[in-house]
Design a protein around this ligand. Structure first.
Ligand SMILES: Nc1nc2c(ncn2[C@@H]2O[C@H](COP(=O)(O)OP(=O)(O)OP(=O)(O)O)[C@@H](O)[C@H]2O)c(=O)[nH]1
Ligand SMILES: [Mg+2]
Length: 407
């Protein structure tokens, strides 16, 4: 790492120090080992440059009280936003508590949150999501928006990187002061990633970012997770070898508002148009069938083509996305959607919390295992088994409560 002939830096960057919560406030100057480095002014995680002189340890930034952090965040202080995001991404109990305080403080004075636009962008790996977001982000900034780009990426633990890890597709946008780009946190569990993405979204909105773009790879439950936290879902498709609908899952068709067949350029231009026509007719049929069954009058998804590489028709795609949001905003459907999402978020957190409580207790997990076995062998009714497990959970909760410090 160190060039020949140069002295090794006195303090190597990012030593794997054990997690240690800040003594007070939100300085986060001693970030847990799992934390990303402190964000740069544009919100990007700065690259560690081993050749950079680092003669003295960097002084710890002064700790910020929740109110101070909230105040700085509200005036768009990007450093404060970066710190706040690190805080919500942390799993340390002290940081979790501080993050909750911060979010509560911000929510208490939140302006009309519904004036922001939250867009989910999905598509198979390599569909061109990052290239598209770079183009769209720059277009939106040109129009006077402030744009935050986040990610929900359940596969990051497997791939070892994040969905936007390379950033090479967003070089211009990441240099733009009106944009804030945050790759997905490294936690691989979708529930955890989705939690921090939601919280980060709220922080970005409090900091004045009015368009939030959330990228996700089209695998597993990540599309549903993204649809559950955004106002509108855009799917990027790629022109394939003919059977276009193979590339798009049925479940997704029920979630998506706009489909853009990307890479409509060069030799792929004709195929992209054909693919779009196929999507369009299939969607119309499916939509008519679903509408008849459910008696709904939501409009069918819009299908378009674009080239993120050449920057063609990005504006048309945005207009379609924006039109959906504006219509929903005017009719009250957007407010209703966000209310439902908030309640679903609550439900998910409670379920996760219960599950975590259960799995932290040996007695409760043993009771569950025993009940599953007994139910499978027909010795116990599921209803009785559930009671036993919940009893054990209750006992675990009592043990973990503050009156019982020996948890
Ligand atoms: N021809 C053409 N290539 C494109 C277009 N958009 C993206 N690409 C290329 O497709 C490849 C993948 O692009 P990305 O933007 O990284 O795709 P992605 O969907 O973000 O990929 P993941 O993050 O890995 O899921 C790159 O080589 C891009 O240059 C396009 O409109 N036309
Ligand atoms: Mg990408």
């Amino acid at each position: 790492m160190t060039a020949p002939g140069t002295n090794p830096p006195a303090h190597p960057p990012l030593p794997p120090s054990p997690p240690s919560p800040p003594a007070m406030g939100f300085g986060l100057s001693v970030a847990p080992a799992s934390q990303p480095a402190a964000p740069a002014a544009n919100g990007a995680v700065p690259p560690t440059d081993p050749s950079a002189p680092s003669p003295r340890p960097r002084p710890r930034p002064p700790a910020l009280a929740p109110q101070q952090l909230a105040d700085r965040l509200r005036v768009g202080d990007r450093m404060a936003l970066g710190r706040a995001v690190s805080l919500v991404e942390s799993t340390l109990p002290a940081h979790r508590a501080a993050a909750r305080d911060l979010l509560r403080t911000l929510a208490a004075t939140a302006a009309n949150g519904i004036s922001t636009t939250r867009v989910g962008i999905t598509g198979v790996p390599g569909a061109g999501k990052s290239t598209f977001i770079e183009r769209l982000g720059l277009l939106l900034v040109e129009q006077g928006h402030r744009v935050a780009v986040l990610a929900v990426d359940p596969s990051s633990a497997v791939s070892g990187g994040s969905v936007m890890g390379d950033r090479t597709r967003m070089t211009q946008l990441s240099a733009c002061p009106q944009a804030f780009i945050r790759p997905s946190p490294t936690a691989g569990h979708l529930g955890g990633v989705a939690r921090t993405t939601r919280e980060t979204m709220l922080l970005c909105e409090a900091a004045g970012f009015d368009v939030i773009l959330i990228e996700t790879v089209g695998v597993g439950q990540s599309e549903t997770a993204v649809a559950d936290m955004t106002d509108v879902l855009l799917a990027l498709a790629v022109p394939g070898g003919g059977d276009e609908l193979q590339g798009i899952k049925r479940g997704l068709l029920e979630l998506v508002d706009v489909i853009a067949v990307n890479k409509a350029d060069g030799v792929l231009a004709t195929r992209a148009k054909l693919a779009a026509a196929e999507y369009q007719s299939a969607l119309r049929m499916m939509h008519a069938a679903a509408g008849a069954a459910e008696n709904t009058d939501t409009p069918p998804p819009v299908v378009l083509t674009c080239s993120a590489l050449n920057g063609e028709h990005i504006d048309t795609v945005w207009q379609a996305v924006d039109a959906r949001v504006q219509t929903a905003r005017a009719s009250g459907a957007l407010a209703e959607r966000r209310r439902r999402q908030a309640v679903a978020w609550l439900d998910g957190l409670v379920r996760q919390g219960l599950h975590a409580l259960l799995s932290r207790s040996d007695k409760a997990t043993q009771a569950w295992d025993a009940a599953r076995l007994a139910v499978a062998e027909g010795r116990l009714l599921p209803t009785e088994g559930a009671d036993e497990v919940l009893e054990a959970l209750l006992a675990a909760w009592r043990e973990a409560s503050p009156e019982h410090p020996g948890k």
